[in-house]
Ligand binder design. Sequence first.
Ligand code: NAD
Ligand code: UFG
Length: 337
Amino acid sequence: MKILVTGGTGFIGSHTVVELLETGHDVVIVDNLSNSNACVLNRIFEITGKNVEFYNIDIRNYDDMNEVFKNHVFDCCIHFAGLKAVGESVLNPILYYDNNVVGTLNLLKIMNKYNCKNIIFSSSATVYGVPEKMPITEDCKIGKGTNPYGYTKIMIEQILSDLYKSNNRWNIVLLRYFNPVGAHKSSKIGENPNGIPNNLMPYITQVAVGKRECLNIFGNDYETPDGTCVRDYIHVVDLARGHVCALKNIVENKGLNIYNLGTGNGCSVLDVVKTFEKATGIKIPYKFAPRREGDVTINYADATKAKQELGWVAENNLEDMCLDSWNWQKNNPNGYE
Ligand code: NAD
Ligand code: UFG
């Protein structure tokens, strides 16, 4: 199939592009490089031996997007392009609603115009808010967003659902990711945050490589076995494979479908630190800090639906995730620079 990948030079997008190429799909990437680097394209070539057509454009630009659709006939769009920093979204909500929501609306207008009606969207476990039960199944209620970033995911899910209701020739898959970490085994692509990392795993790898002194663990008084928050960490390559499975499914199982992509295992912040130390032999100095606003106590997936309907299961364990994150950081201490 010929696939448009928006945000394809980003963390999850680049890993998905590799899996798509390796399973024989043709890929065109659209990305404005606002949070990624064009070097990723060379790295993708080094891994797969395949060149990908790339457009350095913003999905909000109708004319530029129109040119892309004039030049190609797509079977499906996998839509990753979006801004994702929770704190930044609180400081600059207009930017987040414009980039993520307006950007998606523009993409949908063009897809509709060119009759490309298959879309896989990068949603997030954040849509469950404070989850009504654990593990979280897809039929759990959509919660209250805790920040503008979360609301953009809730709004886009709503837009896509309404679109499907209006015309059931659309085939839509909403993939709700849990906590993506890890990197490709080749260490050629990985997560490349700007500035101080917001997320746990890149912070740990930057402590390990000597860029930061000490990890702050946000809260040790939660109602969990060791007092730190519990999350469902998932290897980015497993996540990427989930998109290839969803793609196969979108043409067979038509309609609007929602899947959690997680391992189903809840791990605490201290579990991650200890597993990282065991996998790499590197000690991570840490100290306990106050709770971070907006963090939910426990969040992990019931991923049974993805297994049953997509034939997908996560294969890598937490040790693999830590080791691959570390190998990426060690071999690319300054990311793609
Ligand atoms: P990322 O920032 O590495 O990748 C996103 C890519 O989109 C970047 O390359 C960026 O340059 C591009 N982009 C942003 N706005 C654009 C625009 N207007 N036009 C064109 N390109 C644009 O992030 P990621 O971790 O790979 O996340 C991919 C998607 O998955 C995002 O939608 C994110 O919200 C979602 N998601 C991520 C996580 C996570 O923890 N990483 C969790 C749940 C959902
Ligand atoms: N944490 C620390 N210290 C740090 C960074 C994180 O203790 O320096 C803790 C957090 O408090 C949390 C856990 O590590 O308990 C995981 O935090 P992350 O920031 O790595 O991930 P989140 O679960 O907060 O957020 C992720 C994605 C969001 C998405 C959300 C959905 O990054 O995009 O999951 O649940 F919205």
